[in-house]
Each structure stands twice: as C-alpha cells, then as structure tokens.
Design a protein around this ligand. Structure first.
Ligand code: PLP
Length: 369
C-alpha cells in the first residue's frame, strides 16, 4: 500500500467547485493584490486566532522579516530563537543584520522553554522569537513572564500552529506579534505562497501595514524603507474558503494522531517514542522518535514499501554551514541534537485513511521487531 507523507488534494474534492467559483470571482473583479478579499481574510483570520489585528503578507518567511522589522531589529541586535526549527525562523533575523542566538528545547514537546530562552538573554537581546513546533503550543505563561521582566517583545513563529491552543490561549494571540504561513503543506494552505501577521498592538499593526507596501501610507510618499510583501487577492479568497473548514481538518488530524497512539500502544515498541498527548495540538506534523539508532534505516525501509516520511529537521540551525561564523560547537544543545538524530514525521494529513495509518504502524513494527 502506497501511503504518501502528504497529499494536498485528497479530502479537498468537495471544495473544488467552491474554490473554482472563487477564482472566477477574483478574475472578474479586476482587483488582484490586497483589496477586499485580503481585507476579508484579515478580519476573519484575526478573529479566528483571537488577535485584534491581522495583516496578510506574501509568505511566512516575509511575515517573520516584517514583524521583526516592526520591532526595529537590526545590526547590533540579538534575537533568541530555537535551534530546532525550520530555517526561516533564523534566516529572518540574519537577513535584518541581527544575530540569531539559539536556544535548546524541551526533549518531550520539542518546544523552547522559558529556562532555555533565559540562558540566552544578554543586554543586546531585542526580541524573543519562539516557535510553536509541529502544531503544539508553547508553554507561554513563563515565557511571557520572562519577557515582561526584561521588557522584551515576544514574536511567535506560529507558522505550524494555526488553530493551536494552549493553557494561555490560542497561538498567534499570545505575544506582541505572531507570524503564520500559508505554504501549501501547512494546516491552512494556500495555492502558492502566503503569510500573515497578527498582533494586539495597533501600533505594530500600523507599522506592518506600512512596511508591507514599500513604506507608503500615501501613494509615492515613503516614510520608511519598506518591502513589497503584499498578499494576492486570489490566495486570500481561496484561503477564506479553506478557513471555514480548518477546524474540521484539524479535528481529523487529531483523530489520526489518536489512532497512531492506540495502534503503537498495542505494539508497545521500546524503540519508538510517541509524541505526548495534547488536546490543543493541531498536529501539523506527527513526529515520533526512533531511539535505537535505526531511524535512517527504518526510513529507507518504509520508502521501499511506498510509505512517505520526512525528517524535520536533520541539522539543528547552530550546526548549519551558513551559521558557522556564529561559532557554535556540536554538543551545545544536546536535546535539539538528539532530536535531529531521532525524529521521524509520519503521514498525518486530513485525508489519510484508517487502513493507511494501520499500514504505517505495521510496517514500523515489522522492521523494529
Ligand atoms: C513554514 C515555516 C516558515 C516559513 O513559511 P513560508 O511561508 O514557507 O515562508 C517559518 N517558520 C516555520 C516554523 C515554518 O514551519
């Protein structure tokens, strides 16, 4: 049985007519960038997230750049972020001329903890940029307390966490600002690139809006040097359709995660570490740990059987070639380094069938037994 890691169309067939009608509407409207569709998405998605303001932008990476830019991050500044995350988190810091200062993660949740972040604070720290990894909410209250004690803004990287809830509230409503991605593999997926910034601060909202459109408030009068980070009307219109089904899709991911838990539980494999249960998690990825050193061999075995998996992420950012000049050494962040050696993401997408989940678990059990 072939089981893809992700099939972006399966389970969406019932939406195709509605999505096509929306394309038609936008094509005939003559408004292709920003405009009423983007404004509609900004209202609907910020309300969904529980944030007062939302700004549509061109990608999740650009959302990070513009949010950090809104807090005046630049040369001489440090921004604390996890080493175990997608590259874009740290790239935004570097691209603004600031220095990424990496922190380790909790070995259980793979999220940065307040204690991990605190160890990285210096007088040059300008922003704290933690990530809600794989759809699991950060333990935010202690991070907020730490940030407030040092008068630092927190920008949430919520690219993997649309709809995610934690004890303190929804991902994207907790920090000074938050960044989302609509990359086609994300839980709220566009048909191309797209991103979003949320904030409860009217001043940040205003700065991001001005920066998004080349720094113009009034056309051809530039008060700051901004970017072209505008969102297309077509993507916004399509995303509004997808947003109405997001809770349903995330609930299906939750069911799939629970099913993996049951089936793996029945096999009781010593080598497999399961992600801990969390009712607010939206399972952007279902990531197990293969603890017996055979992760890569298992992955090849699964691929030979037609089962798709992925390693998010094989190299923690402090060990990336492009960050060699930051001077980090192997061993600096043991939990993140161990995670990079052990993690394996299994298919979890909403259209996944029960027999496919069973086939994945059986194939893993067959190899490790
Ligand atoms: C996907 C992702 C991004 C970047 O989003 P793009 O839309 O692909 O630019 C940033 N951070 C994290 C954690 C991500 O997973």
């Amino acid at each position: 049985m072939n089981v893809p890691l992700l099939d972006t169309t399966r389970g969406q067939e019932s939406l195709f007519d509605e999505l096509s009608a929306v394309c038609d509407r936008v094509i005939r409207s003559g408004r292709y960038i920003l405009g009423p569709e983007v404004e509609g998405l900004e209202q609907e998605l910020s309300a969904y997230v529980g944030a007062q303001h939302g700004i549509g932008v061109s990608s999740g990476s650009d959302a990070l750049l513009i949010a950090l830019n809104a807090f005046d991050v630049g040369p001489g500044d440090e921004v604390v972020c996890p080493t175990f995350t997608f590259f874009a988190t740290a790239a935004a810091i570097s691209r603004l001329g600031a220095k990424p200062v990496f922190c380790d993660c909790d070995p259980d949740t793979l999220n940065a903890r307040a204690s991990d972040i605190e160890a990285c604070l210096t007088p040059a720290t300008k922003v704290i940029l933690p990530v809600h990894m794989f759809g699991r909410c950060l333990d935010f209250a202690p991070i907020a307390e730490l940030a407030s004690a040092h008068a630092l803004p927190v920008v949430e990287d919520a690219a993997q966490a649309v709809g995610t809830k934690g004890a303190a509230g929804s991902a994207g409503s907790l920090g000074s600002a938050a960044c989302f991605s609509f990359y086609p593999t994300k839980n709220l997926a566009a048909f191309g690139d797209g991103g979003f910034v949320t904030t409860n601060d009217a001043e940040v909202d205003d700065k991001v809006r001005v920066l998004r459109a080349l720094g113009m408030r009034q056309r051809y009068y530039h008060e700051v040097v901004g970017w072209n980070f505008r969102l297309d009307a077509l993507q916004a219109a399509l995303l509004r359709v997808k947003l109405r089904r997001l809770d349903e899709a995330n609930a299906t991911r939750r069911d799939n995660a629970a099913r993996y838990g049951e089936l793996f539980g029945a096999h009781d494999l010593d080598a497999v570490g399961l992600p801990s249960e969390d009712p607010g998690c939206t399972w952007h990825q279902y990531v197990v740990r293969i603890r017996d050193g055979r992760r890569d061999a298992l992955r090849e075995h699964l691929a030979a059987q037609g089962i798709g998996t992925e390693i998010y992420y094989p190299v923690p950012l402090h060990m990336q070639e492009c960050f060699a000049d930051l001077g980090y050494r192997e061993g600096a962040f043991p939990h993140s380094e161990q995670a990079s050696r052990e993690v394996l993401a299994l298919p979890i997408f909403p259209g996944l069938r029960e027999e496919e989940i069973a086939a994945v678990v059986d194939a893993i059990a067959g190899f490790l037994a």
